[in-house]
Design a protein around this ligand. Structure first.
Ligand SMILES: [Fe+2]
Length: 297
């Protein structure tokens, strides 16, 4: 048995004493189960090369390189460099990414299963990530609201619906014209059954959701804003601080998350990989779900 501890009553699990670059199959099975139960997984004290980090990520699912391709790692495009450092006046990574509540890749048809960060350099202050438990937020809704939204489908595209000014530090990271052209409109259920655990969660009610199919825009935005305010209340949120060497993995299907702004002159660098869910109907998810259900019981 691996050494596990809860990070907070609302979510999060830390597993110590493991090397993410050389996990036995049985160790990974335990880690994966803890991940889906805890929603945020922390593995402290890791020392990973780019190839080792990507190999670890592949055990969770297929990596999907980020649309912002100018900050892909030179050794592997599956890694996106998040950093406020500059070299010769030129940014080496994406700064201020995702400083609003959102779910990664909810603007894609096949959204992200997990996002993982490997912490390379930690600022003197700040740089935490906020995670909001969307299982709990759904569970606590009034039955009348659950009935109202149960069959609704939200319309998504890349961006932060509450901050249209692309140059704001709390907007979605700006895209080039070519990158924008790759971003179609996408729909996802507002209440989504988790593809592995089967539990219902509010899905991406903050961030990339811009409307609801068959509903007037003003009514849709009012409902989305009401749900977002409910879903990001402090009682659902855990604040995670990073240490150098932490690998942090989070479950996008059951969480909203938000980065927090840091001092641009206080160096901070992380590597990020995002892996996608299996395509709908693929057998891989059914097998994993059955395995999770048997271990969770
Ligand atoms: Fe994000």
């Amino acid at each position: 048995m691996l050494s596990q501890r809860s990070l907070s009553p609302i979510l999060g699990v830390e597993i110590t004493g493991v090397d993410a670059s050389r996990l036995a199959g049985s160790e990974f099975a335990e880690i994966e189960c803890a991940f889906f139960r805890g929603q945020v997984l922390v593995l402290p004290g890791q020392q990973l090369s780019p190839a080792q980090f990507v190999s670890f990520a592949r055990r969770f699912g297929p990596p999907e390189p980020h649309v912002i391709d100018q900050f892909h790692h030179a050794e592997d495009p599956n890694i996106l460099i998040l950093s406020n450092r500059r070299k010769d006046g030129v940014p080496i990574g994406l700064a201020d990414a995702g400083t609003y509540f959102h779910t990664d890749y909810s603007y894609l048809q096949v959204p992200a299963r997990a996002t993982m960060l490997y912490s390379i350099e930690v600022p003197r202050a700040g740089g935490d990530t906020l995670f909001a438990n969307q299982y709990a937020a759904y569970d606590d809704l009034a039955e009348s609201m659950k009935r109202r939204i149960g069959a609704l489908v939200a319309v998504h595209h890349y961006g932060n619906r509450n901050v249209p000014d692309e140059m704001s530090r709390t907007a979605a990271s700006p895209l080039t014209t070519e990158q924008k052209a790759k971003m179609p409109l996408i729909t996802h259920p507002l209440v989504r059954s988790h593809p592995v655990t089967g539990r219902k969660a509010l899905y991406a009610v903050s961030g990339s959701s811009y409307g609801i199919v068959g509903m007037a825009d003003d009514e849709a935005l009012e409902l989305l804003d009401e749900l977002a305010a409910h879903a990001t209340q402090e009682k659902y949120v855990h604040r995670l601080a990073y240490r150098v060497g932490d690998v942090v993995v989070w479950d996008n299907a059951s969480l909203l998350h938000s980065a927090t702004l840091t001092d641009p002159d206080d160096p901070r660098t992380l590597w990020r990989i995002t892996v996608k869910e299996a395509e709908a109907g693929l057998r891989a998810d059914d097998v994993l779900a059955a395995s999770f259900a048997s271990r969770a019981s």
